[in-house]
Design a protein. Structure first.
Length: 315
């Protein structure tokens, strides 16, 4: 039997706690320790996970093989950089870093050290999106809505980097063509950053994606619709549901119409699937489903959208 991969989580807040739970439950790894710079949380974490909890993540070096980083975005680069320097494989939450130059540094360092750098674009592992990828796809128009109620968590970055970046990543993954034009608008409402935004991405192959993200909505919603010749795929990513609409084949105009089919999905746990992919890439050396390069690309588009929205404020 192969040696268990020794793992740890850095930043054990809302999302980091889920990572710790998955590592502890999986048979291919061992949760060795946690790191969190909030001393008042340590007693509860020790009780829950029965592993050491450190205030300084650097105490993990030499004790583990791989880490999940779920700290605030502004700390992603410094923590991931130090972890890679100390030969640890890294799964870092999105956005990969706060700047493109920081992302470039991490990607280059991971390549030099022959280490895995994976980015936590969790929706790639959503059962509805996984099923979409199994279809034959030639998207011509994509529409995505990602709405959330306001919480302080996540407001260290604007809504584009916090929420819309998920759909940016999904669209860029679905459309095999570079983005050659961006239009965007938005507003600051409850914070100093952008709280609601709409972006229109125009791809070189003619596909257009219309993305809306809000963190000041009354309801939560995560939906994406993909339109192509004679069909539409409509996914509710929040409730793991997928409907496929197809044009009926008909010899008479009166018989034309649309046939809909609900696709029944597995109840796969997206965070568990993401972490399983991370562990598998460590074991076999293959490219992760969401690589550092893909995380950087999503960040690049998100920053361009943010710039467009900021420019609209100045008009």
């Amino acid at each position: 039997m192969a040696n268990l991969i020794k793992t740890a989580v850095i930043g054990v807040g809302h999302l980091g706690r889920y990572h710790a739970q998955k590592y502890q439950a999986l048979p291919s790894c061992e949760l060795v320790a946690l790191a969190d710079n909030r001393p008042d949380s340590h007693t509860q974490l020790v009780t829950e996970f029965n592993v050491p909890v450190y205030s300084d993540y650097r105490e993990l070096f030499g004790k583990v093989d791989a880490v999940s980083i779920a700290a605030p975005t502004l700390l992603h680069h410094s923590i991931a950089h130090n972890c890679l320097l100390n030969n640890l494989h890294v799964l870092v939450e999105k956005p990969i870093t706060a700047t493109l130059s920081e992302a470039n540094e991490l990607i280059e360092l991971a390549q030099q050290k022959n280490l895995i750098l994976q980015v936590g674009h969790l929706e790639r592992f959503n059962p509805a999106f996984v099923r979409i990828r199994e279809q034959t796809l030639e998207p011509r128009f994509i529409e995505a809505h990602r709405l959330a109620q306001f919480t302080v968590r996540g407001t260290d970055v604007n809504v584009i980097l916090d929420l819309m970046i998920h759909d940016i990543d999904l669209c860029c993954h679905l459309v095999d063509s570079p983005v050659n034009r961006i239009e965007a608008s938005g507003a600051s409402v409850l914070t100093d950053g952008i709280d609601i935004a709409n972006a229109r991405l125009m791809f070189k192959n003619g596909c257009v994606a219309n993305l809306t993200a809000s963190r000041i909505s009354e309801k939560r919603e995560r939906k994406i619709r993909i339109f192509q010749r004679a069909s539409c795929l409509s996914a509710d990513l929040q409730n793991n549901q997928l409907k496929v609409y197809k044009a009926k084949t008909a010899t008479l105009a009166s018989e034309a119409g649309i046939h809909s089919e609900t696709v029944f999905l597995s109840s796969d746990d997206a965070i568990r699937s993401e972490i399983c992919d991370f562990l598998a890439t460590i074991q076999d050396g293959k490219r992760p489903i969401v690589s550092g390069e893909e995380g950087r690309h999503a960040l690049d588009i998100a920053m361009q959208i943010s710039q467009k929205v900021s420019e609209s404020f100045a008009l």
